[in-house]
Design a binder for this molecule. Structure first.
Ligand SMILES: NC(=O)c1ccc[n+]([C@@H]2O[C@H](COP(=O)([O-])OP(=O)(O)OC[C@H]3O[C@@H](n4cnc5c(N)ncnc54)[C@H](OP(=O)(O)O)[C@@H]3O)[C@@H](O)[C@H]2O)c1
Length: 295
């Protein structure tokens, strides 16, 4: 079975899982990662990342049946099982649970692309909007690897998360630019917007004069109109994000990159999980889970 996105809802439909061809594998899914894009896409198969156990392996794959894996980018990941290209499948770091592994790479590669586009280095003081969200938390951990200093916006309830990943928290809302100026001392040198609100973009433009050092995950229209970066949506992005996947898995393997999970839902409860995701305040990542041998 798999979930299909319709105009305003999800529908569970039976599906025949194809046997893997050359350089393909079939995954018995244990967790489906959930991302805001899942409710922004047109009707059709939903879900871009999963983790699970290999149920079948086609010729030319470097994996074996029984391997615990994660996969990104896939199509229709809200599924009990799926056959995918072997090149999009990676050994699951044992440090991560299935729900964590299923949520590592979409947010992680977006975060890596933000740092790449704005060429952040150790001397930077970086403003991160939405620092306690999925992309934000990955950004904070990757900034910590680089050695840059980070100031992150979040609701007060999420300050603990921002601190846990090495940044100084401040609330979003009126007066944000002044609060950040006071915290930054000599000034902010780059702004990474993981939210896409008007406030996040306005404050980024106010505090960082060089637009090459501003990036957003969500305010693409403003990025194109006002000359700063947006992640995703082009070939260079796909190429970069595919290339950075092994590096992120290696970081997770070394305990340097983790994924806070707010809540898991049984596979059958995908509509309720998606409603919580839409709220924008899930407090961490969400995953749909399937028991071992569900398929
Ligand atoms: N272009 C891409 O490739 C790409 C990739 C990944 C994500 N995205 C987009 O990036 C955005 C974030 O994704 P995500 O997975 O990180 O979402 P998420 O986990 O739901 O995080 C959203 C965060 O935004 C914060 N927030 C909510 N309202 C806010 C406001 N008015 N001002 C500032 N912060 C606010 C929340 O913090 P509190 O709960 O503390 O309020 C929450 O931590 C989404 O729009 C998503 O579609 C794009």
């Amino acid at each position: 079975m798999r979930w299909i996105a319709e105009a305003e809802s999800l529908r569970l439909v039976p599906v025949r899982v194809a046997a893997p061809g050359a350089e393909e594998v079939t995954i018995a899914v244990r967790a489906c990662g959930m991302n805001p894009v899942d409710y922004k896409i047109p009707p059709g198969p939903v879900g871009f990342e999963v983790s699970g156990v290999l149920a079948a392996v086609g010729p030319g794959s470097r994996h074996e049946v029984g391997d615990e894996v994660l996969a990104f980018r896939v199509q229709g990941g809200y599924a009990e099982a799926l056959t995918v290209r072997a090149r999009d499948v990676f050994t699951k770091p044992p440090e991560l649970s299935f729900p964590q592994a299923a949520n590592l790479l979409l947010a992680g590669t977006a975060a890596a692309e933000m740092l790449h586009l704005t060429h952040v280095g150790a001397r930077d003081v970086v403003l991160v909007h939405g620092a306690a969200g999925a992309v934000g938390v990955s950004v904070l951990q990757q900034l910590r690897e680089i050695g840059a200093r980070a100031i992150g916006t979040a609701s007060e309830a999420s300050f603990g998360t921002v601190r846990e990943f090495g940044a100084t928290p401040t609330t979003y809302g009126p007066g944000l630019a002044e609060r950040v100026r006071a915290l930054a001392g000599s000034g902010v040198t780059a702004a990474l917007d993981c939210v896409g609100t008007r406030e996040a973009v306005d404050v980024s433009l106010e505090l960082v004069s060089d637009r090459d050092r501003i990036v957003t995950t969500a305010a693409h229209d403003r990025a194109y109109a006002e000359g700063f970066h947006a992640v995703g949506g082009n070939e260079a992005s796909v190429e970069f994000r595919d290339r950075v996947r092994p590096h992120l898995i290696e970081l997770a393997h070394r305990g340097r990159l983790t994924v806070p999970i707010a809540r898991t839902f049984p596979f059958e409860e995908a509509p309720a999980a998606l409603r919580l995701l839409r709220s924008g305040h899930a407090g961490g990542k969400l995953a749909l889970t399937l028991p071992e041998g569900a398929r």
